[in-house]
Design a protein around this ligand. Structure first.
Ligand SMILES: Cc1cc2nc3c(=O)[nH]c(=O)nc-3n(C[C@H](O)[C@H](O)[C@H](O)COP(=O)(O)O)c2cc1C
Length: 403
């Protein structure tokens, strides 16, 4: 064989194997192949810096490059939430689609709830990079994005493009933040609630991000009463047919006294909001096995947050006597994790970090595992299981099932 023929042969072999690999990759993505994502694609993505891979994922969903999930929601996953019938109770948490660009793509891959934001009134770039860190051994993330936002006007334009017809069995939340240099936080949130009330099913008053100086102070009783009173009064005086639903997103780092103070304020008529989101990221750094990045400033999310947030859901469900609907979020990476949050008092559950680690197949997996948990424990719908751990001592599940 001549030298030329030899290289020609090598070249065509390379060509064929690259083509084959690309075809296999394409087909695996099309089929939402969990093994391909877990063994090939996601480990490769981890070589890219976390903020770049985050941006690429948002773009892939924005241009609907990720195919529609083939999983059909089991009827047991039906959830009634704020009067709307959702086909499943699993949502993408705030912070993934900050600018509201990928909403349709996120619904297409199976989320029943899409929450976008946090959005600030004026555009701002957030903290200097790097500002996102993977703690891979713990399946956790530390971020200090600091509300990088395109601002209200641009995000509203993005949301107005959504085909509302497709939203009958899912809900859209808009998470509101404040500008870093704002002089009046209450005014920032009021602007947001007035602007987004036409496009959102619910609005989130996010005062729990650890990455905006002074923001978490608004959760303290000295500030919270006046702050919420201002926002609730602005909402109640809106002359729209339907007043927007307001949810408050809380930090998992509150003391028991602070939790009690918050509930006392929420019990006042002038501060009455419609629900809670528990929880945002934590400043705690306990039980981590990773050694790299643990010292980075920012909020920790993912597996190490799971029990911290579930415990807080349980506390707040008890303190509010189950009268305030809760969105549970923090470290959910399986159907069992979602089920635990529901039993502790959450009506619906969100996730972010596990989605960043495992990619789109996780949505169908969690839904199918959750439906199994519900059916095994004799529930016919999600709402029946909410807070059952407290009402019955969770007699239906785990250890107690044998008695
Ligand atoms: C990179 C990143 C950015 C986030 N940005 C926001 C945000 O802008 N607003 C917000 O309310 N929560 C934000 N969060 C918090 C998530 O919404 C969620 O509360 C938290 O990550 C816990 O869920 P997880 O453990 O499933 O990630 C962010 C989380 C991450 C990881």
């Amino acid at each position: 064989m001549s030298k030329r023929d030899f290289f020609k042969k090598i070249w065509s072999m390379c060509y064929l194997s690259t083509g084959g690999a690309l075809a296999y990759g394409g087909l695996s993505i099309y089929n939402n192949n969990e093994k391909f994502y877990g063994d090939v694609l996601m480990p490769l993505i981890r070589y890219i810096d976390p903020e770049t891979s985050h941006n690429l994922a948002v773009k892939a969903l924005k241009y609907e490059l990720i195919p529609k999930s083939k999983y059909v929601d089991d009827p047991v996953l039906k959830t009634s939430f704020f009067g709307k019938e959702l086909s499943n109770p699993i949502g993408i948490a705030a912070g993934f689609d900050k600018q509201g660009e990928a909403v349709s793509g996120l619904k297409k891959i199976g989320f029943g709830i899409v929450e976008i934001g946090s959005v600030t009134p004026e555009p701002q770039s957030g903290n200097p990079k790097p500002r996102v860190f993977r703690l891979s051994e713990d399946e956790a993330i530390i971020n200090r994005y600091g509300f990088n936002s395109s601002g209200h006007t641009q995000v509203l334009q993005n949301l107005e493009k959504i085909d509302a017809e497709k939203w009958h069995d899912s809900i859209l939340g808009v998470n509101l933040g404040k500008n870093k240099d704002s002089l009046d936080a209450t005014e920032d949130y009021i602007k947001g609630l007035k602007l987004f009330s036409t496009v959102a099913d619910y609005l989130v008053i996010n005062i729990s991000s650890p990455n905006t100086a002074g923001l978490r102070e608004l959760q303290k009783k000295d500030h919270l009463y006046q702050f919420l009173k201002g926002i609730v009064s602005a909402r109640n005086s809106m002359e729209t047919e339907k007043k927007p639903l307001l949810l408050l997103k809380l930090s998992p780092d509150l003391s028991n006294d602070e939790k009690n103070d918050i509930v006392n304020i929420l019990n006042k008529k002038e501060c009455k909001i419609d629900g809670l989101i528990i929880s945002n990221t934590t400043l705690q750094r306990s039980n981590l096995t990773s050694t790299e990045f643990v010292e980075e400033t920012g909020g920790l999310s993912g597996k190490p947050l799971k029990d911290i947030s579930t415990n807080m859901i349980r506390d707040m469900y008890k303190l509010t006597k189950g009268k305030v609907p809760i969105i549970g979020v923090g470290g959910v990476s399986s159907g069992r994790d979602a089920f635990e949050k529901i039993l502790a008092g959450a009506t619906v559950v969100q996730l972010y970090s596990s989605f960043a680690y495992e990619g789109p197949p996780i949505v169908s997996r969690i839904k199918s595992e959750l439906s199994e948990c519900l059916l095994n424990d004799g529930y016919t719908c999600v709402n029946d299981a909410v807070g059952k751990e407290i009402a019955t001592g969770n007699k239906k599940s785990g250890f107690f099932r044998f008695f």
